[in-house]
Write a protein that binds this ligand. Structure first.
Ligand code: ADP
Length: 561
């Protein structure tokens, strides 16, 4: 049986572990799925950022996309004067000059004197005339752009196989080196000055919004940032302030706009938010289910433990009761046998046999009474006859009646009561049973000096009766259980006192039925005090106040239950 009980618990625990394991795996897969979604979304946004920079680059190359198709030998031969420049080249230059992304276009021969000093003659494209004209008026940026292109090309040209090469000077200019691939000779440099205002405000800014949209839809905030000046040039979300701490990813432009880059902060888009909400919902449901399962398991475990200990106490009680019934019966039997045989004639022995029979029968009677009480309370068949009662008077009468009992047990009784206490509504027979049980215990569990203190006093809307002794006391742990059926504290067992663990459970039930409550205060080896509290009955003259009393009584009843 014991073995089976263990197997049952082990199987239950295994089932629980399996359910928790499965739930854990489920949560993990949900989490992984969500993470995967977030990762995919971020990867996609990173690809979009790269694509954006490539499109910006293509934007500059677009007007000059046909340049490589020109025959560079023919172009070279047309470059002896600005007015003779080959019409094919001029056509491309003219198209580019109409593109707002460029503000000016210059041409320099390969010797590039303008690279070395400002004021050297270079050619500038004159759109109205549709041709190049010589000029010495250009700024340092033009000279720097040409010089940069010349330096790069000088290093490159010997191994270069194509006819054009584009070189950017940050966001200032784009220079195209024209090369004769036949002899790998540079034939000149075309420099396009970049129109910064147009580029930012009319192209890159609007394109940022087109590509990424507002952050609450796309789940990304992008800033076009000049890192040399720490200046935001354009953004997808003007209401989100830029801070380097909030940047999650940086995308540079490939070989152009070197001082600028795209800075991105990944937020949540609607899909991610929905997935997050689903994950949260699932986590709550699974957490709740696991919590419920665990609580059920713990509850079952505790109840099973309690039932087991009750069963143990019950079987102990049965053994006790049998013993307790047999002992007085054997005494009565032996005494009765001796008397019936007529062997005893001495009057003093006759009296002693008679008192044995009387005392043991009384013990049996009391015990059976108590068992019947429990049975009646269990089947809810106790009828109550409540009466207005003066508790102090009742207790006083009771003590008077028990005078002989106290004397035979040498009990030092101390009674005190406040004067003119209001009445309470109780069944007086129940009150006697309650006092019987509590006073019996006080005497029984006081091995040496037997002291019994009874106090009656008013506490707010209640009348209290406290029964104190200076006996063996009850440990804090046992105090939780002494009102349970069949419970006997360790101290009671070691003190070898007789008992069945029923008295206090009867007391508690009777007190509750009479609208009262009971509490215990006890210190081991010092003594115990049981305090009973009952609601006061008020006297009223009219209906309204009677109702008020009913309310008070109802509240009291609720408080008690
Ligand atoms: P019992 O028949 O064992 O006295 P009760 O239900 O009356 O059963 O009491 C339950 C347990 O509470 C007792 O076994 C004892 O351990 C403890 N107890 C009750 N009253 C006292 C008291 N006055 N002093 C010490 N222990 C007490």
């Amino acid at each position: 049986m014991k073995h089976r009980r263990y197997v049952r618990w082990v199987l239950l625990a295994m089932g629980l572990i399996a359910v928790i394991g499965l739930s854990g795996m489920n949560v993990y897969s949900l989490y992984a799925l969500h993470e995967n979604k977030v990762q995919n979304s971020v990867e996609k946004q990173k690809r979009q950022l790269l694509e954006y920079t490539n499109q910006v680059r293509s934007r500059f190359r677009h007007p000059v996309r046909n340049l490589w198709q020109l025959d560079m030998e023919v172009i070279q031969s047309s470059l002896d004067s600005p007015s003779h420049v080959h019409s094919g080249l001029l056509e491309i230059i003219d198209t580019s000059s109409r593109d707002s992304v460029f503000s000016e276009i210059y041409f320099s021969l390969p010797d590039c004197a303008a690279c070395d000093y400002l004021g050297a003659i270079i050619w500038k494209y004159h759109r109205q005339r549709g041709q190049f004209v010589e000029t010495t008026e250009y700024n340092q940026l033009v000279s720097d752009g040409l010089a940069m292109a010349r330096t790069r090309m000088n290093a490159l040209v010997h191994e270069y196989r194509w006819s054009t090469r584009v070189i950017f000077d940050t966001q200032n200019s784009m220079t195209i080196a024209l090369i004769n691939p036949a002899n790998r000779e540079i034939i000149g440099y075309l420099l396009f000055v970049i129109n910064r205002d147009y580029l930012i405000n009319s192209y890159m800014g609007p394109k940022l919004l087109d590509t990424f949209g507002e952050d609450h839809e796309s789940g990304i905030v992008v800033w076009l940032h000049d890192w040399t000046k720490n200046e935001v040039l354009a953004t997808t979300s003007p209401n989100v302030p830029y801070s380097y701490r909030s940047v999650d990813f940086i995308q540079n432009f490939p070989d152009l706009l070197n001082d600028w880059n795209l800075k991105a902060k990944f937020t949540s888009n609607p899909a991610i938010t929905a997935s997050q909400a689903t994950l949260k919902r699932n986590l709550i449901v699974l957490g709740g289910a696991v919590f419920l399962l665990l609580s059920t398991f713990i509850f079952m475990f505790i109840t099973a433990q309690r039932e087991r200990s009750l069963a143990q106490r019950q079987s102990l009680f049965l053994a006790n009761v049998t013993h307790e019934l047999k002992t007085p019966l054997s005494v009565i039997l032996a005494a009765g046998e001796n008397l019936s045989d007529g062997r005893v004639s001495d009057p003093s022995r006759l009296k002693s046999y008679g008192s044995h029979i009387y005392n043991e029968s009384l013990r049996l009677h009391n015990m059976i009474d108590r068992l019947l009480d429990v049975a009646r309370i269990n089947t809810q068949s106790v009828s109550i006859h409540k009466k207005k009662t003066d508790l102090a008077g009742l207790a006083h009468n009771y003590l008077q009646k028990k005078q002989g009992y106290f004397e035979s047990y040498h009990v030092n009784v101390h009674f005190e009561s406040e004067k003119d206490l209001p009445e309470i509504l109780v069944d007086q027979h129940d009150m006697y049973s309650i006092l019987d049980n509590l006073i019996d215990n006080a005497v029984k569990y006081s091995p040496d000096e037997k002291f019994l203190g009874i106090r009656i006093f008013k506490n707010g809307s209640r009348i209290c009766l406290a029964i104190a002794d200076q006996g063996i006391g009850i440990s804090k742990e046992s105090q939780k259980y002494i009102f349970d059926k069949f419970y006997r504290a360790e101290e009671a067992m070691t003190a070898h006192t007789r008992g069945h663990g029923l008295g206090l459970s009867i007391v508690k039930d009777l007190i509750h039925r009479n609208g009262g409550i009971v509490s215990v205060h006890s210190v081991p080896n010092k003594g115990s005090e049981f305090v009973l509290e009952f609601p006061i009955v008020y006297h009223f003259d009219n209906e309204a106040t009677k109702n008020a009393q009913n309310n008070i009584n109802q509240q009291e009843a609720r408080h008690v239950s």
